[in-house]
Design a protein around this ligand. Structure first.
Ligand code: KG4
Ligand code: ZN
Length: 331
């Protein structure tokens, strides 16, 4: 079995995965959302202190499995350096004390492998990754063969939901609340579609966020307005994503690189986004892969699933050499 630790942002999580059949033997995640709510976003130092308290609490529950472990895995990139550090220090200590090899896991690969929990992987894949930190189109042929095709030039998709929620004092994280409010509203407020040129394969959300801010400033804030602005914002944000995905599907028509398309990352829990990408995939005759809703946001189970692949090819790091990389370097 492999014990995996995730602490890249505000979720403290540990998983134990059986190597031979990828079965999830143990998984626990303690979300710190309620502690960051008052600040309208994650406070890195607070998150770090909470990891230092919560990770050992979860580890206590894994005691019975410790003598069956073959490796320790931990998220090392990308993420907040002070929070990554908490997981890495715990992983180093465990690897040293139990004399086990250490595996370094890229968090974004984790999101990709959240598609394959307790099952075999499917590659090649076209991927839309939408999280709080990233918005990307990817092409992946496997564990160490992922190419970035497009990404956001400013805010990420999830982050823009968080910021809109903050401007409307709706709490954190914004994604689920804005989605809920959008369902109750009408998308009747006109907002500009970002990078509205289909040949420009990139994402941008800061202009849209500013347009929402201007609407908030000039209107009376009541429930109806909140619902309508959420509906209007979500409609344009998703339409922007769908437009760029369509260009990506068109490119793939020529290269025929992948037959399966996936949406991963915390914001892939958005049902309206899922529905519209499903329609797009259907129209191109591609199969859409999605992670279970409860494993879209950050969790150690997905880190453990990547770790199994790394273990099988003997991809380990030295305890003394393990590095934290806040920004993604490459896949
Ligand atoms: O992947 P994740 O858990 O953390 C990062 O790696 O960043 O993603 C969290 C992000 C947050 O910005 C959150 O607001 C967004 O995903 N999110 C959503 C939804 N659920 C979570 N965004 C839009 N719609 C949702 N239903
Ligand atoms: Zn994530």
């Amino acid at each position: 079995m492999i014990l995996s630790i995730e602490s890249s942002c505000d979720d403290s999580s540990i998983a134990i995965t059986r190597i031979k059949d990828k079965k999830l033997i143990f998984h626990k995640k303690i979300s710190q959302e309620s502690s960051h709510k008052d600040y309208g976003g994650v406070v890195p130092e607070l998150a770090s202190r909470l990891h230092a308290k919560l990770l050992p609490q979860i580890l206590k529950e894994c005691k019975e499995f410790l003598n069956q472990l073959k490796a320790i895995a931990v998220t090392t990139e990308p993420g907040l350096s002070v929070t990554l550090l908490e997981g890495v220090v715990m992983a180093q200590s465990l690897a040293y004390a139990l004399n086990l090899p250490l595996i370094s896991v890229n968090h974004l690969k984790g999101h990709i492998y959240s598609l394959f929990l307790e099952k075999d992987s499917i590659f090649p894949l076209g991927i839309l990754l939408v999280s709080g930190g990233h918005t990307m189109l990817l092409e992946s042929k496997g564990l160490n063969e992922t190419k970035i095709i497009a990404q956001s030039i400013d805010d990420s998709f999830g982050e823009s939901f968080d910021k809109v929620a903050k401007m409307l004092s709706l709490g954190y994280p914004g994604g689920p609340i804005v989605e809920l409010r959008a369902k109750m509203g009408n998308a009747n407020i006109s907002l500009p579609q970002p990078l509205n040129n289909k040949n420009n394969l990139a994402f941008s959300f800061s202009g849209l966020k500013n347009a929402v801010r201007l609407e908030i400033e000039k209107n009376t804030i009541n429930d109806n307005f909140i619902n309508d602005i959420c509906a209007s914002f979500q409609k344009v944000a998703i339409s922007h994503i769908v437009q760029k995905c369509k260009t990506f599907f068109e490119l793939n028509k020529q290269s025929n690189t992948w037959q399966h398309f996936a949406i991963v990352g915390g914001a892939s829990a958005n049902l309206s986004l899922r529905e519209q990408i499903q329609n797009l995939a259907d129209s191109y005759n591609k199969q859409l892969l999605l992670a279970p809703l409860s494993f879209c946001s950050d969790n150690a189970a997905m880190i453990g699933r990547v770790a199994v692949e790394s273990y099988l090819i003997g991809d380990f790091v030295d305890i003394k050499d393990i590095k934290i990389t806040p920004k993604i370097q490459s896949f």
